[in-house]
Design a binder for this molecule. Structure first.
Ligand SMILES: N[C@@H](CCC(=O)N[C@@H](CS)C(=O)NCC(=O)O)C(=O)O
Length: 228
C-alpha cells in the first residue's frame, strides 16, 4: 500500500514546490517506498485537519499519520530502516544541524528572491492569504521584498560556502552516497527551482553540480518535476 503524502501544489496541480515536501519525496524515493501525492493548497484546511495542525508535509501510512518533515524522516527511518537515510545515530544528529541551518539560514535567504514569483504560481484561492500572512511576517510588500534581487545574489551565494568546502572532499553531504542531509538541502533548492525562473545558482558552482546529481537520482525524480 502506498504512503499518502499531502504535497503543496500551485494553481497548476502538477507544480510542486514545497521545500519540506521535497525533502520527504527524496527520502521516500531513497527507501524505495511507493507514494501517492495529494495536491494541497494553503487554504485547504479541511483536507489535513485529521493531522491536528495546518502545515504540509503530512503523511498517512496505513493507520498512522505523521507531520513535520523532520519527524516524518525519523518515522520513515525507524519504520523502514533499510536502506538508511541517516546512516546511524551520528548521521541523524548531524543531519539535524543541516535541517536547522537550511530552515534558519537558507530558507529565509531564498524567500527574498522568489516570494513574488511564488505568489504568481499559487492557486488564486490562496493568494489573499499568502500575501497577507507573508507581508505581515516580512514587514514589507511581496514586491518590495523581491525587488533588487540581482544585487543580492552574490551575498546569497556566499552563504553556500560550507557546502562547497564539504563537496571538495566528498561527492555528497552523506559521503560517498546521498543521505537525508542531501535530501534536506536538495529539497530546499527544489523550492526556487519549481517556483521561479530566477537562477539562484551559478551553473559553474560545485553546488549546482551536486544538485544536478541529486536531480538525476531516483530515476530522475527531481529532474522530472514540473517547472514554472
Ligand atoms: N517545520 C515544518 C514546516 C512545514 C511548513 O511550513 N510547510 C508549509 C508549506 S512549504 C505550509 O504548510 N505552510 C502553511 C501555511 O503557511 O499556512 C516541516 O519541516 O515540515
Amino acid at each position: 500500500m502506498s504512503i499518502i503524502l499531502f504535497d503543496l501544489a500551485g494553481a497548476d496541480p502538477s507544480l510542486r514546490f514545497s521545500p519540506f515536501c521535497w525533502r520527504i519525496r527524496f527520502a521516500l524515493a531513497h527507501k524505495g517506498l511507493p507514494v501517492e501525492t495529494v495536491p494541497w493548497r494553503f487554504t485547504d484546511h479541511e483536507a489535513i485537519a485529521f493531522s491536528g495542525q495546518g502545515r504540509v508535509p503530512v503523511i498517512r501510512d496505513g493507520e498512522k499519520t505523521v507531520f513535520d518533515s523532520w519527524t516524518i524522516a525519523e518515522y520513515l527511518e525507524d519504520r523502514y530502516p533499510t536502506p538508511a537515510i541517516f546512516g546511524g545515530s551520528g548521521g541523524r544528529s548531524h543531519a539535524q544541524f543541516i535541517n536547522a541551518w537550511a530552515d534558519s539560514v537558507l530558507l529565509p535567504g531564498i524567500v527574498r528572491f522568489i516570494i513574488h514569483d511564488l505568489f504568481e504560481i499559487i492557486a488564486p484561492q490562496d493568494q489573499a492569504y499568502f500575501r497577507t500572512s507573508r507581508e505581515q511576517r516580512l514587514g514589507r510588500t511581496l514586491e518590495q521584498v523581491q525587488e533588487g534581487r540581482e544585487d543580492r545574489l552574490a551575498a546569497f551565494r556566499d552563504l553556500l560556502q560550507p557546502i562547497r568546502l564539504v563537496l571538495r572532499r566528498q561527492p555528497f553531504l552523506g559521503g560517498a552516497a546521498a543521505s537525508y542531509a542531501d535530501h534536506i538541502l536538495a529539497g530546499t533548492l527544489m523550492w526556487p527551482r519549481c517556483a521561479s525562473r530566477f537562477e539562484l545558482l551559478d551553473a559553474a558552482d560545485p553546488v549546482a553540480g551536486w544538485f544536478g546529481q541529486i536531480l538525476d537520482l531516483y530515476d530522475g525524480l527531481g529532474r522530472q518535476a514540473k517547472l514554472p
